[in-house]
Design a protein around this ligand. Structure first.
Ligand code: SAH
Length: 339
C-alpha cells in the first residue's frame, strides 16, 4: 500500500491530482467552501481560547488541492484579523503535483502567509500548534493480520502461480501480538493496524502536550477498534480491485479512531470524540452559514448549496460514516464542537 501510493516514480499520489469530478474521488472541502470555512474558524477560536500564542504553527496533513486551508484562512482572517499575522503555516505533503496546487490555492489569500512544506511532522519546529487533517489518515498504509489456530499471521501480497497477478497470501506467524487487545477476535478474524497513523497521532499528542495547542482529525472510520477488512480501492468514483493496477488506483482503509485517541493520550494529550461529521458541522453552525450564502445565491447556486449541505451532514451521506476527533493539551478547554 505504501509503495502503490507513495513510490517516488510510480506512486498513485506522486504524479497526479486525484481529486474532483474528473478525478477518482471528491472530498468535503471540494464539495463546499463551508467545510473549510468552519474548520478555519475552529482554528481561530482555539487560538483565542489558548491565549493567542504568537507564533503559532498551523499544520495541515495531506492538504490535497489546498482548498480547505485557503477557505479556512479566508474565513478566519475575517473573524480574527490578528490570527494570520501570528501563524506559521506548515503543510505536510509528499506529492509534488499537489504541493503545486496548494501553492496556487494559497497565493491570493494573504501576502504574509508563506507555507513551508514537510514530508512528515518531525521537521515542524516546536511552537504551540493547531493541526488539521481531513481524509489523510485513511491513506496511510495498513497491515492486516488474520487470526489462525497457531496465532496471528500477517496477510501479505505475493504473485499468482502464473506470475501475472498479485494475490493475498498468509504470512508466517507473528512472534509478538500485533493487534490491540480491544480488537482481538476469534479464529478467522482479520484485524487491521496502521503503524504510521498511530505514530502520527502519538507525534501530534506529544507536540500538543509539550507546546500547547489542538488537533482536528476528520475521516471515515469506526469509533472502536474491531476486526474487519476495510482496505478499499477507488477509481473514477467507483470501487475497484485493491490488487489491480497498483499506482493507478486510490487505496484507503477505514480509520480506527480508538487507536488514534489511545496513541495521542499515551503521549500526554487529551482526546475528544469521535463524533459524527454531521453532528460536528451542525455544532459549528453549518446551517447558519448555508442560510447566509443562500441570501446572495442565484437559483442554480441555491440548489448547489442545499445539495452540498445535505451531502456533508446527512447520516445517509457523509454525516455518519465520517467522524471527527480532537486532540488537545489536557489543561485547555474542550475545543469547539466537543464541549
Ligand atoms: N485533505 C485533502 C486531501 C485528501 S487526499 C482534502 O480533504 O481534499 C490525501 C492527501 O494526503 C493528499 O494530499 C496526499 O498527497 C496526501 N498524502 C497521502 N499519503 C501521504 C503521506 N504518507 N505523507 C504525506 N502526505 C500524504
Amino acid at each position: 500500500m505504501a509503495e502503490a501510493l507513495g513510490h517516488p516514480r510510480y506512486g498513485y499520489y506522486t504524479g497526479r491530482d486525484p481529486l474532483g469530478n474528473d478525478g477518482d474521488f471528491i472530498t468535503a472541502p471540494e464539495i463546499s467552501q463551508m467545510f473549510g470555512e468552519l474548520i478555519g474558524l475552529w482554528c481561530a477560536v482555539v487560538w483565542q481560547a489558548i491565549g493567542r500564542p504568537d507564533p503559532v504553527n498551523l499544520v495541515e496533513l495531506g492538504p490535497g488541492r489546498g482548498t480547505l486551508i485557503a477557505d479556512g484562512l479566508r474565513a478566519a482572517a475575517r473573524m480574527a484579523p490578528e490570527f494570520p499575522s501570528a501563524l506559521k503555516l506548515h503543510l505536510v505533503e509528499t506529492s509534488p503535483v499537489l504541493r503545486d496546487r496548494q501553492r496556487q490555492a494559497l497565493a491570493p489569500i494573504h501576502p504574509r502567509i508563506r507555507p513551508s512544506w514537510h514530508r512528515n511532522l518531525s521537521s515542524v519546529p516546536p511552537n504551540p500548534v493547531l493541526v488539521v487533517a481531513n481524509e489523510f489518515f485513511d491513506a496511510l498504509p495498513v497491515r492486516q493480520y488474520v487470526r489462525a489456530a497457531d496465532g496471528w499471521r500477517e496477510r501479505v501480497v505475493g504473485l499468482s502461480p502464473d506470475g501475472e497477478h498479485f494475490q493475498f497470501l498468509p504470512g508466517s506467524v507473528v512472534a509478538t501480538d500485533p493487534v490491540p487487545a480491544a480488537a482481538a477476535g476469534g479464529e478467522g478474524d482479520l484485524v487491521e493496524v496502521c503503524p504510521d497513523g498511530n505514530a502520527t497521532a502519538a507525534a501530534i499528542g506529544e507536540q500538543v502536550a509539550s507546546n500547547g495547542g489542538a488537533a482536528l482529525i476528520i475521516d471515515y472510520g469506526h469509533s472502536r477498534s474491531a476486526p474487519g477488512d476495510t482496505l478499499q480501492a477507488v477509481r473514477r468514483h467507483a470501487f475497484a480491485d485493491v490488487l489491480d493496477q497498483p499506482g493507478e488506483i486510490d487505496l484507503t482503509h477505514h480509520v480506527d479512531f480508538e487507536a488514534l485517541a489511545l496513541a495521542a493520550s499515551a503521549a500526554g494529550a487529551r482526546a475528544y470524540g469521535p463524533i459524527p461529521q454531521g453532528v460536528f458541522l451542525g455544532r459549528l453552525g453549518i446551517e447558519h452559514r448555508a442560510e447566509t450564502l443562500l441570501k446572495s445565491a442565484s437559483p442554480d447556486q441555491a440548489v448547489d448549496i442545499h445539495a452540498a449541505l445535505r451531502r456533508l451532514v446527512h447520516p445517509g451521506e457523509m454525516g455518519e460514516l465520517f467522524k471527527a476527533i480532537a486532540i488537545a493539551h489536557p489543561d485547555h478547554p474542550p475545543p469547539p464542537g466537543f464541549g
